[in-house]
Design a protein around this ligand. Sequence first.
Ligand code: PLP
Length: 387
Amino acid sequence: MLRKPDKIVYLDNNATTQIDPAVLEAMMPFLTASYGNPSSAYRFGKKAADAVESAREQVARLIGCQPSEIIFTSCGTESNNATLASALSMDIDRQHVVTTRVEHSSILKHCETLAKRGYEITWLGVDSEGRIDLDHLNDVIRADTAVVSVMTANNETGVINPIAEAAAIVREKKVLFHTDAVQAIGKIPVNLRESKINFLSISGHKLHCPKGVGALYIDRRTRFNPYVIGGGQEGGRRAGTENVASIVGLGKACELAAENVEAENTTVRAFRDRFESGILERIPDVRVNGDVASRLPNTTSLSFTGIDSEGILMLLDKEGVCCSAGSACTTGSLAPSHVLRAMGFNDDRARGTLRFSFSRFNTEADVDRALEAVPASIEKMRITLAA
Ligand code: PLP
């Protein structure tokens, strides 16, 4: 018998995260009394402008860049879209983009749209462990390549790419390099000092800040054309009145991320590892997806033979356990995840895949609950499907 949930066990932190209470506390004054517009000339506006600048410093400190190299955006998707748009607007003779088959849809779909408009895209594949091939990257860059975009860490498998090496290869060829670091920031150390990265995307809600705020690092020597056009905010690089409270929250979240990155790699990693080995001990026919030697400390992607992950999500939901499937439900049909497909998995393996992602707000009790609920749900479904 499956137990009734009394509390949510939230193991879907790559989808979004709980707001850290300290982040909310930092934001509150800017949602209430201090509602000034940062562009206003009087002191009430200046207070908001100062708060935005302090947040910029906090973000810059986390990733080892200058505050002037950070602009605030509405989300990770905007940061990714803005980079591609800017890079392609610089030189009309450069209409070629290189990216990977395992990027988030904000790069993937943008590139598919570009292809329809006549741009040429080279899609780098990955091996069965989700790894890119740097020699292949080196080979596909051309004289007309505008930008190369490779994510720092994959949202589904947690696989971490060799970004410093990739950026160095791309710089050598005098081409712009972007990395979508949305899943990496706060989970692993990211340091842009000495790096050859031109653009890096950040999203607030993946690091215990509210949804609807992001940031983009733009290397100070790199030219940039704004994507959101209108007012002259963000030094003319991103129009729109600043989302002051959320920007303040993002700054605080980055400060906390710097303090907690070690815990991510000890405590959170230990939650993930105990859960993963517990599942492998309790359930037959399970495989771990992705390069376990180079993986985010909080993520495990597991393929269970003979199950349908959407059905398991429903069973786990009844138990109060939140996680993700390795497939996306589009217009009623289950499309296997593009990431798992790029890794060469057949549809059955992709359909039997679940992603569990932990955070510093999980507890040992969450791991215990998940280690009861997941095996029970898998067993129940396997019995049902075999009957
Ligand atoms: N990039 C990656 C790797 C992501 O996982 C996500 C969100 O899932 C995004 C970009 C998009 O971020 P946002 O939700 O802030 O638009």
